[in-house]
Design a protein around this ligand. Sequence first.
Ligand SMILES: [Zn+2]
Ligand SMILES: [Zn+2]
Length: 118
Amino acid sequence: MTKQRALILRIIRESQRHLTADQIYQEAIKEMPGIALATVYNNLIRLAEAGEIKKITFCGQTDRYDKSNIPHIHLICDRCGKVSDHPSEGIKEEMEGRLGFAIEEYELAIHYRCPECC
Ligand SMILES: [Zn+2]
Ligand SMILES: [Zn+2]
């Protein structure tokens, strides 16, 4: 793994948020001032392909990157845009039972108003 890729992976893993490529770039240049935005993008694609991270797309928003490859529910506050993770054990099995076929992959996003915005 290149130094750049290791740095990007560390930024994503250490973040409690779901960062956009631009936010990852802003963090990366603090530690590696010469790093190019294109390098960040290329590494994000490679890391997602390798299954190290997961690219997530919420309707109408910029792509974000998630450190967790384990399926989970995203709770999205429509007021402030905050995204938090929630475990989703049992949901796949439940839905497979209802649908009658095996689910390859799923993305579940719940829109709500977070406690700070209530
Ligand atoms: Zn909120
Ligand atoms: Zn997540």
